[in-house]
Design a protein around this ligand. Sequence first.
Ligand code: DAT
Ligand code: MG
Length: 133
Amino acid sequence: MEQTFVMVKPDGVAKGIIGEIVSRFEKKGFTLAQGKVMTIPTELAERHYGEHRERPFFGELVEFITSGPVFAMVWEGADAVKNARALIGKTNPSEAAPGTIRGDYALDVASNIVHGSDSPESAQREIALFFGA
Ligand code: DAT
Ligand code: MG
């Protein structure tokens, strides 16, 4: 079974939809392997989003993801990375289809409610960063 890393971002926690997001993954058929509430230290945020270090929005992104508690999770299931990204929807909520998490709960790309790993390699890297190897 593949694993993927998913995180309810500070805006999703503030909005009170951790349960709604967890429920969507459960109903899809994923199994929750790990989960914890945490506030991300700046250094961890910079490592997690390291691929975006040169992008103009990097500072804003790190500030946002460290601005309040997140709910970090590991979900297991067939093609977990791909299937989780399908539930989450496109990066820009304006392009995310209704029925996806971002399509239903977000308007702005800078605060798009939830993170999901983009490949099995990213998933392993992110799971190790947040939950230890
Ligand atoms: P995803 O989270 O769908 O994997 P990504 O890895 O390209 O998207 O970007 C990481 C996060 O950075 C994204 O969830 C929100 C933020 N972001 C992406 N593009 C942005 C932009 N043009 N302006 C502001 N924030 C952006
Ligand atoms: Mg990404």
